[in-house]
Unconditional design. Structure first.
Length: 276
């Protein structure tokens, strides 16, 4: 069995199929981890969504900002509708089934055996992994419960920018959501700098990538993430960035994360019994 973590798809169905062929992927043997943003901007979001859903337990995906955007549109929030091409999903005969399935995906996936966690974007420096898991569950429960319409209507916005355990209601949900699905840079004080979208070396405001913040409380945990195509593939600070810009003409990346060893049978040149 092989476990592969795959970067942002964003509707690039044909590229995903070619990648799976190259991996010789078998849904009865292997497992795929998707870092989120299955949909939007690419030409075949509906096909991607149907494929990943059809894989059942052979696929794990976390929610990205574009996935949440689809859910917001489906639940009556038209903001940013002009910048999306999701009408094929919204008009599909299996729309309700797909939307329900997507709404029940997690914000954070953790595998104790493999010792990896997966998110779409980032974590604020104040959060330990224990706090991150608790915050993810909090918003996941909202998404899956009776307050999900209220959530989608109030989801968008950049405030609040800094974590406070006493945050409540929509302000708390929005902060948590922005971390998991939009974060790239933090200021030295740990505040979210959501307007910054370029490569790390393009920022001249003393902001740092979330994973490189010197006070990051989750730095001892291994984390996979996507979202940041201008960063590209990056393995540093116990994190692995997997969005390599497939949508923009870059690459679609798969990283094998399960421990594996290759052994070659050998004919034997000496008899160990004869050695002292």
């Amino acid at each position: 069995m092989a476990t592969y973590a795959i970067g942002d798809i964003q509707g690039c169905y044909d590229e995903l199929q070619r990648l799976l062929e190259r991996l010789n992927f078998s849904e009865t043997r292997d497992q795929l981890w998707f870092v989120g943003d299955l949909v939007n901007r690419g030409p075949k979001s509906l096909e991607v969504l149907r494929l990943v859903k059809s894989l059942g337990d052979a696929a794990v995906t976390v929610l990205g900002n574009h996935d949440l955007h689809l859910l917001a549109l489906a639940h009556g929030n038209p903001k940013h509708k002009h910048s999306s091409n999701l009408n094929d999903i919204l008009g599909a005969p299996d729309r309700d089934e797909l939307i329900y399935w997507l709404r029940h995906r997690p914000l954070l996936h953790r595998d104790k055996k493999l010792a990896f966690s997966m998110i779409h974007a980032g974590l604020p420096p104040q959060w330990t992994m224990k706090t991150a898991r608790a915050c993810a569950r909090e918003v996941e429960n909202v998404l899956r419960g009776d307050q999900h319409v209220e959530y989608f209507l109030g989801m968008y916005g950049n405030e609040p920018r800094i974590w406070d355990q006493d945050l409540q209601g929509m302000a708390r949900w929005r902060f948590i959501t922005n971390c998991f699905t939009r974060l790239r840079f933090c200021a030295p004080d740990g505040s979210l700098q959501l307007q910054r979208k370029g490569a790390p070396d393009s920022d001249t405001h003393k902001h740092v990538p979330w994973f490189a913040h010197p006070q990051r409380a989750s730095r001892k945990k291994r984390i996979l993430f996507g979202h940041w195509s201008t960063l590209g593939f990056n393995a540093s600070h116990n994190t692995w960035a997997l969005d390599t810009g497939c949508l923009w003409g870059g690459k679609l990346t798969a990283l094998r994360i399960d421990p594996h060893a290759f052994q070659l049978p050998c004919p034997g040149r000496r008899d160990p019994a004869g050695l002292s």
